[in-house]
Design a protein around this ligand. Structure first.
Ligand code: EPU
Length: 302
């Protein structure tokens, strides 16, 4: 979708919102799949309520993009503009054991920054691509930890109310790859309370997680991480592997040889290729194990 209304464009500038015309989501998603649209980069969080009102009044459909690392977007000209928070400087502020982290902060950089200041707990997330906001929304986790455990306060834009609100950690439910945030809540910042640990000890944990990840996941290929959630008590990756589906592909969309719950874009996979592969594997698991796998990856449109 291209914005052409001069009044709207002027109003965006007034809100300090930068428009990147015809931005390609191929370059902004870890899968390297997706069409083009105008991308609106939000420099000031406080501009969000006015921006959303402006777009609604102008009848412009919009979606929020985080780090693009858990997302499969359709191809071609997209029917909505994409909003994204610009990175803040600094991304993280420390107040004792509390790290105040901007939602657009890179997750990996945040883990290492906190580590260097002797704050641990997040080691398992090293190597997980994406932003802190995205990780929080999905309650990202690995190697026995999940980010929600450390969240004490979250600042977000609540689209339903049209305002920025602050929630206490205790008022948010963090479950396996699921949270009680409303679907259209936009994460803005989080206060994480992290345990004190000497840097050298944290570094050791980080190295172990990095090694485990490198040996079991296709880190050098384009993917969205795990495609399916693990069903209770089972592993989606192991089931897909046991069915002999590694390397099965639709066009350039391919079940990874290294980890069967990672589907990689081995070249120029289209969104339809990837969707077909997901449907095919889900059907095989349903027939083979009687289990209906639920997507972990987010589909645009659903
Ligand atoms: N396995 C296979 N074949 C495979 C993949 C896995 O047999 O192709 C077996 C492994 O040998 C292991 C079991 O399945 O015995 C579980 O595998 P793994 O330890 O790799 O963990 P996972 O359950 O597949 C989960 C998360 C990952 C996270 C890892 C490490 C989900 C859907 N996945 O994977 O998170 O990195 O544990 O903690 O919860 C993600 O969320 O995108 C993601 C990659």
């Amino acid at each position: 979708m291209r914005l052409i209304n001069p009044q709207l464009l002027a109003a965006l500038r007034d809100l300090d919102v930068e428009r990147i015309a015809g931005a390609s989501l191929i370059e902004r998603t870890s899968l390297g799949i997706g069409g083009s649209t105008d991308l609106l980069l939000i420099r000031r969080h406080t501009a969000l309520p006015a921006l959303v009102t402006l777009l609604r009044e102008a009848g412009v459909a919009f979606r929020f993009l985080g780090g693009g690392s858990n997302l499969l977007v359709s191809d071609g000209e997209l029917p909505w503009v994409v909003l994204q928070l610009a990175r803040q400087d600094p991304e993280v502020l420390l107040e004792g054991n509390i790290a105040v982290v901007d939602a657009a902060a890179d997750l990996g950089r945040t883990v290492t920054f906190c580590a260097k200041h002797d704050l641990g707990g997040l080691e398992g997330l090293i190597g997980v691509p994406g932003t802190v906001g995205g990780a929080l929304r999905m309650n990202a986790g690995a190697y026995g930890m999940q980010i929600g455990t450390y969240a004490r306060e979250v600042e977000l834009y609540r689209a339903a109310a049209g305002e920025i609100v602050t929630l206490k950690g205790d008022d948010i439910r963090f479950e396996y790859r699921h949270t009680s945030f409303a679907p259209d809540d936009i994460m803005l910042a989080v206060k994480l309370e992290l345990p004190s640990k000497p840097y050298r000890e944290i570094l050791q944990g980080i190295r172990i997680c990095n090694e485990k990840r490198r040996s079991s996941q296709p880190l050098n290929q384009k993917s969205a991480g795990c495609i399916f959630k693990n069903p209770p008590g089972a592993s989606a990756g192991r089931m897909i592997d046991e069915l002999g589906l590694k390397n099965v592909h639709v066009g350039d969309a391919c079940v990874s040889e290294r980890h069967a719950n990672f589907f990689v874009n081995a070249g120029h996979a289209t969104s339809d290729d990837m969707r077909s592969l997901i449907a095919q594997v889900r059907e095989s698991v349903r027939r083979g194990f009687g289990v209906e796998l639920e997507n972990e990856v987010i589909l645009w449109p659903a």
